[in-house]
Design a protein around this ligand. Sequence first.
Ligand code: ADP
Ligand code: MG
Length: 365
Amino acid sequence: ELHAGEMERRRLHNTIQELKGNIRVFCRVRPLVDGGLSKHIQLPASDVKTITLAKTEESHTGKTAETQKNYIFSFDRVFGPMASQQEVFEEISLLVQSALDGYNVCCFAYGQTGSGKTYTMEGAEYDQARGVIPRAVQQIFRAAEKLATQGWEFTFTASFVEIYNESLRDLLYTGKASKRPEHEIRKSTNNEVTITNLTYEKVSNEDQVLGLIALANQNRSTAQTAQNDRSSRSHSVFQLDIEGVNVGRDVKCKSTLCLVDLAGSERMLKSQSQGERFKEMTAINGSLSNLGIVISALANKESYVPYRNSKLTYLLQSCLGGNSKTLMFVNIAPESDSFGETLNSLRFASKVNDCVIGTASANRK
Ligand code: ADP
Ligand code: MG
């Protein structure tokens, strides 16, 4: 049986999550490249939930005067530039764990290009720098091994897809480039979302999944070389479908863990973008703002939720509403010239943060 302390920790996590609703938002500030201190970002030492963005404006009315305007945001957690990958993961490990308890779990990284989304989700090669995806995968397989001693048997299926200009690309595809199939999102009568012609790999250990992640990165960098800076203009969605059965106790559970590195949220001036770029900008703005619209429609319990207005929300439909827990990272860059984008990102994220959606419930039978 599970250790009593561990059971209590998990019970508490689920209780808190149910009280709060099933959306949480964490803010993470990237370190400055030269390691200095950001001039306009203030993180109170005694508080891990608020962040202040300060804007100093000079006014020239007669003599020069400086006025400071503060924008204060609060989130479920704010990680400063010194926060390690491990510290960040510790805060979400219970969320990841609940995917094995039958909850759908969805974790996004939102922010402008260069703000640390990929670092947060994937991290870097060396051990301490590993991000959310490899750590989550490790945790899931270790926990599944423990649960196996209590009669649980799990089946895991991984997929990895990129959404670029509202079209889907299989990141686990290994065939000829010229034979790449087209994909469509399908929803079955029991509300399960699948993608046609997509690679769904059965996996049974951590190394297999890490191999698939490496394959996905290779696939992405090939596309990247062919098309400059593509990865920052596409969403990448890693999904691990989990099915558990405990014959002895006659219980089953089914859930999906979904980890998403979103396209850069930076706004582009219409005048600066033409042709392909304009199309990309429209696709990105459309899908990110639809993500916000879907979340607030769910929060307001509106009868119509426009999932189908973008590929991203359509794909994530089962992970966003009803039986699910959602975590959004808002990643921000500390440089002064990112002030405007940072403010936009924090505003978007605080809208999401204000959304309290129903309650999550485990999908156990
Ligand atoms: P994005 O995916 O949002 O475009 P990246 O994750 O690629 O941004 O981050 C941009 C750069 O900053 C990368 O070189 C990355 O390694 C580095 N970086 C981002 N966040 C951190 C962090 N918390 N600590 C150290 N380096 C970071
Ligand atoms: Mg990135």
